[in-house]
Design a protein around this ligand. Structure first.
Ligand SMILES: *Cc1c(COP(=O)(O)O)cnc(C)c1O
Length: 438
């Protein structure tokens, strides 16, 4: 054995600060804005977000202490997480590239979303709240928040897009195991939901509608606060724990990435792994290629760079971001967590300055899942359908290295596991029951 397959950090190596990239960006980050008409959403922000998160949202402090209580929670959630060298996959592909992947799939609920959920729940408790409210689309965020609420002795109310709520029964029960109350959205629990529900109790719902319900639910209870799982600056900040650990691990392996890859929906797992390395590019002249892997169902990085609402109902301030428009309808895909109309403002700005490349894969997901299956067979870990986009992109880059005989070091993030998404894989890949002999 001459190659380290698994690079592990000890508990005491868990980072003690998050990295805030805002002061190091190539230009000041455009602030949230109000639409030309209507009430001020910006003035409403302190009523929407946790005090601590809002202050992090605007902070120009480069390093922000991770409170001891949150570090404890990270340890309890199994951090630091291992970094793996995908040696089997390299051999199978016959590529001279070195492939490393970060294991966010080793998460109690199945994804990287616990990294910000734990922080937000911790702050909520400290600020005296008793209940968290949120929306969820694919279910990973709702599940992560239900878990984080439970560990912090808070209640949790989740509005889950009905189209997904209907078929992900295992995930629903998982959220309920933590004590969360989960409503299919639109529900008859909020004024906004009722309008749609009364016309059609079987309404499919959408992320935008569910956000509106989550916000309204928090507004009518002074003990409740609304939490968001991606896009915003403080979420990116919390997720830098991924890349900060990975930097230490690459150093232990004696390697440095030429390419950093991850899937991108709203940008939190991509930002998590990329931002600490982006620091080196912006401040220390490192040369790294960053690739965000997306679906053609929601290629938001190929949209327009402009101010747009973060939600369908236009309850949030407008953010300067790459967007497809907040009313766009998207094709259904199994990697449902990648279906969001906009990309995080921090990453959008970096994309605008050409620091981030992007690819978008076909909506039928056949190629994505087939190539991901090669990873599953070689390395043994079952990724979330969203994470499959990270893997296929890494494989494509490794294939290019083979063609050009380049020995690049490729780092990619595997944002979650797919234990509750087998139906999606089975459908696209055509996995069937074996027939008995006649
Ligand atoms: C939510 C989710 C994503 C997409 O969201 P980002 O904010 O872009 O990271 C990707 N992978 C998994 C496993 C998710 O749960």
């Amino acid at each position: 054995m001459n190659v380290a397959r698994e690079i592990i950090l000890k508990a005491e190596d868990l980072p003690s600060k998050w990295y805030n990239i805002i002061p190091d960006l190539p230009e000041p980050l455009p602030p949230p804005q109000d639409p030309p008409e209507g009430y001020s959403r910006v003035q409403d922000l302190p009523n929407m977000l946790l005090k601590e998160c809002l202050s992090q949202e605007m902070s120009d402090q480069r390093w922000i202490d991770i409170p001891e209580g949150i570090r404890e929670l990270y340890l309890a959630a199994g951090r630091p997480r291992p970094l793996f060298r995908a040696k089997n996959l390299e051999e199978k592909l016959g590529t001279p590239a070195k492939l490393f992947f970060k294991s966010e799939f080793f998460s109690p609920t199945g994804s990287h979303k616990v990294n910000t959920a734990l922080a937000q729940a911790y702050y909520a408790r400290k600020e005296g709240f008793e209940r968290l409210t949120t929306e969820t689309g694919a279910g990973q965020w709702g599940n992560a928040l239900a878990y984080a609420a439970s560990l912090n002795n808070l209640d949790c109310t989740i509005f889950w897009v009905r189209a997904v709520y209907r078929w992900k029964e295992q995930r629903l029960k998982f959220m309920q195991m933590y004590g969360a109350e989960v409503y299919a959205s639109p529900s008859n629990r909020t004024e906004f939901g009722k309008k749609l529900y009364s016309k059609n109790p079987d309404h499919n719902g959408s992320l935008g509608i569910a956000i509106s319900e989550g916000l309204e639910e928090a507004k009518k209870d002074p003990k409740a606060v609304y939490c968001l799982g991606s896009v915003l600056n403080h979420v990116m900040l919390h997720q830098t724990i991924i890349g900060l650990e990975t930097k230490k691990q690459m150093e232990l392996a004696g390697e440095y990435p030429d390419v950093v890859i991850s899937c991108l929906g709203g940008g939190s797992n991509f930002g998590g792994i990329a931002i600490p390395f982006m620091h080196d590019v912006l401040k220390e002249k490192a040369e790294i290629e960053f690739i965000a892997s997306q679906s053609r169902a929601a290629p938001n990085l190929q949209g327009e760079y402009k101010y747009d609402f973060a939600d369908h109902a236009e309850m949030t301030p407008m953010l300067k971001m790459y967007t497809l428009g907040h009313h766009i309808t998207m094709a259904p895909i199994k990697g449902d967590g990648l279906r969001y109309h906009g990309c995080a403002p921090i990453l959008s700005l970096l994309r605008h300055h050409n620091y981030i490349d992007t690819v978008a894969y076909p909506e039928d997901e056949k190629y994505v899942f087939e190539r991901t299956r090669e990873f599953v067979k070689a390395e043994g870990f079952l990724p979330a359908p969203e994470s499959a986009y990270s893997i296929v992109c890494a494989i494509d880059e490794a294939e290019k290295c083979k063609e050009n005989n380049e020995e690049k070091t490729i780092l990619f993030n595997v944002s979650g596991h797919g234990f509750m998404d087998m139906d999606g894989y089975a459908k696209v890949l055509g996995l069937k029951k074996q027939q008995d002999r006649a």
